[in-house]
Design a protein around this ligand. Structure first.
Ligand code: 5GP
Ligand code: ZN
Length: 116
């Protein structure tokens, strides 16, 4: 979905689509991914619509990225993972499926940790 007026993540920010909030402030929103790769899999997004890394305003990026350790700490406190992947897909070929910029935070655990 690339149309800003019909963006599911904008709708999540606006509260039109429900989500499980992990963290929120004036600039960013973090919430649990619908399909949990592992327990606590979280997405962090700017509240303003930005399509991908190629269209990400540097000031928006700065505000977003400086919150990543905060959200990682919240995940660490809630889920006690052994590790954490921070990743981002840009463009369909790279695996992006929602075209509102987002960073995945995927906790990793010692034991088998996938939900299937
Ligand atoms: P991408 O594939 O673009 O890197 O990641 C998009 C992520 O958004 C996917 O992991 C997908 O599970 C998640 N997602 C898609 N729609 C929704 C939704 O309505 N709510 C939540 N919480 N996550 C969603
Ligand atoms: Zn959006």
């Amino acid at each position: 979905m690339s149309d800003e007026s019909n963006c599911i993540f904008c709708k999540i920010v606006d509260g039109e689509i429900p989500s499980a909030k992990v963290y929120e402030d004036e600039d960013v929103y973090a919430f649990l991914d619908l399909s949990q790769v592992t327990k606590g899999h979280t997405l962090i997004i700017p509240k303003v619509h930005q399509k991908d890394i190629f269209n990400l305003n540097p000031d928006v990026a700065a505000k977003l990225f400086r919150r990543v350790p905060l959200v990682a700490a919240a995940i660490g406190k809630a889920f006690h993972p052994a590790g954490l992947n921070v990743l981002n897909n840009n463009g369909t070929l790279a695996g992006q499926s929602v075209f509102h910029y987002h960073i995945h935070l995927i906790p990793r655990y010692d034991e088998k940790d996938t939900f299937t």
